[in-house]
Design a protein around this ligand. Sequence first.
Ligand code: ZN
Length: 154
Amino acid sequence: MSQTPDVQLGGLYGDRILEHYRNPHNRQALADPDLEAHEFNPFCGDRVDLQLKLDGESRVLGISAASEGCSIIQASTSMLSDMMNGKTLEEIAGLASAFRSMMDGKEIPPESMATLGELEALQVVRQYPVRIKCALLPWTALEVAMQEYGSRAG
Ligand code: ZN
């Protein structure tokens, strides 16, 4: 069974994206999550469901990341999920903001770029401006969930 991607992304970055799309990571649901996030983008039918388990404070112990829709959201969600373990919510917020700047085509300092790791590959999506939202959707979900969690914790 072969899946045909809905955008043509070449090169090393394109290969990374396809790899995550074909074999997304961390899809198993968590039994007892501390944070949950859901977002939907009707433009291409993208849907993302995230769950995080924390260590009692703000460090991530486990993540579940499931998405449906186009190749970009599935790759972005899978890449995001690989980077969450062991990070604090504050570090994740910094990562989200660096990722958003990269996708917006802004200059970002090399030390922020270094924290993005594999997410760097998603910058090829900038060739398809309408799809940038697909790459950002799991991060938007995460930011909304962290805000809710922050206001709950008081
Ligand atoms: Zn999409």
